[in-house]
Design a binder for this molecule. Structure first.
Ligand SMILES: NC(=O)c1ccc[n+]([C@@H]2O[C@H](COP(=O)([O-])OP(=O)(O)OC[C@H]3O[C@@H](n4cnc5c(N)ncnc54)[C@H](O)[C@@H]3O)[C@@H](O)[C@H]2O)c1
Length: 438
């Protein structure tokens, strides 16, 4: 079976590479010429552990191709996946579907005989119907089916998530389309992965509902962390005690600086709008969006207060810029709110991230920011250190060195990486999230 991916970003590239690993012939198409040139040169435009190696082996095996021309790639394809971006629409926060519809129209114009069009992009319920309308309008004689196959991979563990998913969701009406998709995911039968068939609308909504639920857990535990600070309780114990209840579960109960990334912020806001436009409200999700937006400002205030209520003329070292470790993705990262807030309050900022520096430089272009080469260089001459992303290399810092390099010394750990006792033993003032001071 021959597969084409339209859009070779995080999802299109990872899914395309993984389907080629399953043994299918895959062509990944992107309109970004630089991206395709990079991929043809054997380099991945994103940082994702294990991806480049898997890509090389499948290119060498003659199963994986890259190109700019969709019509060329589509000439003998059986299935085409739409994996283009669906960012937040600027004016109302709903999903911007213009890239999806443009891709659908291009598919329709490039094809003469039957094709299965599968949406992998995260799209609001009802989009499948609209894609079908776009295709019918562009090419009234084309025989086609539209299916929805939302993707649940997480950046940083994307290959593992694609190869060993908890489930595969497929929204499909026609039997022939169902058979094609079953064939595509046959390799996952070995691991007994549930393949859940639903209507197209249900599949589209499952993705938003799942992401919004996980985002709710994070926003909830962040608010519990604030409450712990007020009441002298410890969020680590509270989250552990909650998570041991199998109805709740332990995951996504780590407090931090607020969720970010390419999915949770835009998907929660799109779900709230989707409900509003459908004539109902998702007030819990609306509250999650607001709580998370405020959280990032609250974290900047936390730094401000820990530094004695003024940041004027103070230097703050920041370790971690990406929204989570294992990726170079900076989209909606808490650092993009916290750093400008610290700069506005008069601070000088020194920053380091193992993978996110190039992207961050584009997004944090203004202000007194020094871009450093490693964790210890970042701390040189700084009053305080803020730990923003829990990269492995920040987990075991040499605390003797940290103490020597920092002027106060003060560590503000927004990921609760360190034990309070080890910091107090070292004589380092330590502020964390939701835990009583050491
Ligand atoms: N990033 C994630 O972790 C993740 C996880 C699950 C689902 N998703 C969803 O998957 C979708 C894609 O996300 P992403 O992070 O991979 O996006 P991305 O922005 O990284 O990549 C999208 C790519 O599509 C290309 N593109 C846009 N229009 C095109 C066209 N007409 N023809 C060819 N190429 C085109 C762009 O150039 C870009 O390279 C989104 O809907 C997102 O919500 C993302």
């Amino acid at each position: 079976m021959k597969i084409v991916f339209v859009g070779t970003g995080y999802v299109g590239l990872v899914s395309g590479v993984c389907f080629s690993e399953f043994g299918f012939q895959v062509t990944c198409v992107d309109k970004d010429k630089n991206k395709i040139a990079l991929l043809k040169a054997g380099k991945t435009p994103i940082y994702e552990p294990g991806l480049e190696e898997m890509m090389h082996s499948n290119v060498e095996a003659g199963r994986l191709f890259f190109g700019e021309s969709l019509s060329e790639a589509l000439s003998d394809a059986d299935v085409v996946f739409i994996a283009v971006g669906t960012p937040s629409r600027y004016d109302d926060g709903y999903a911007d579907l213009s890239y999806v519809f443009a891709a659908a129209e291009e598919i329709a114009r490039s094809r003469k005989d039957y094709i299965l069009v599968v949406t992998k992009s995260t799209v609001p319920a009802g989009t499948g119907q609209k894609i079908a309308e776009v295709i019918r309008k562009a090419n009234p004689n084309l025989d086609f089916d539209v299916a929805s196959n939302p993707e649940f991979l997480r950046e940083g563990s994307a290959i593992e998530d694609f190869m060993h998913p908890d489930r595969v969701i497929v929204g499909v009406e026609a039997d022939r389309a169902r058979e094609l998709i079953s064939e595509l995911y046959r390799p996952l039968k070995v691991t007994n992965t549930p393949l859940l068939f639903t209507s197209v609308e249900s599949a589209e909504l499952i993705k938003y509902a799942a992401n919004s639920f996980l985002a709710t857990k994070i926003a909830f535990i962040n608010e519990m962390a604030d409450l712990c600070e007020k009441l002298g309780a410890n969020i680590i114990d509270v989250a552990h005690g909650m998570g041991l209840d199998s109805r709740i579960g332990r995951r996504y109960l780590e407090p931090g600086p607020g969720f970010g990334g390419s999915c949770f912020p835009k998907d929660t806001s799109a779900l709230a709008k989707m409900a509003e436009y459908a004539g109902t409200r998702t007030r819990i999700v609306e509250a999650v969006v607001m709580s998370n937006d405020l959280r990032k400002y609250h974290m900047a205030e936390k730094v401000f207060e820990a530094c004695g209520g003024t940041l004027h003329d103070k230097t703050i070292a920041i370790l971690g810029l990406t929204f989570k470790p294992g990726t170079d993705d900076m989209r909606d990262s808490a650092s993009l709110v916290i750093i400008p807030e610290l700069l506005r309050a008069g601070a000088r900022v020194r920053v380091y991230d193992p993978q996110g520096m190039n992207e961050a430089k584009k997004l944090l272009a203004e202000g007194d920011i020094t871009w450093c080469k490693n964790a210890y260089e970042t701390m040189e001459g700084a009053e305080a250190l803020v730990l923003l992303t829990e990269w492995n290399e920040f987990m075991r810092l040499d605390l003797q060195k940290v103490k020597k390099l920092l002027k106060i010394p003060l560590v503000i750990d927004l990921r609760n990486i360190y034990k309070r006792e080890e910091m107090s033993r070292m004589g380092i003032r330590y502020v964390s999230v939701g835990r009583p001071p050491a």
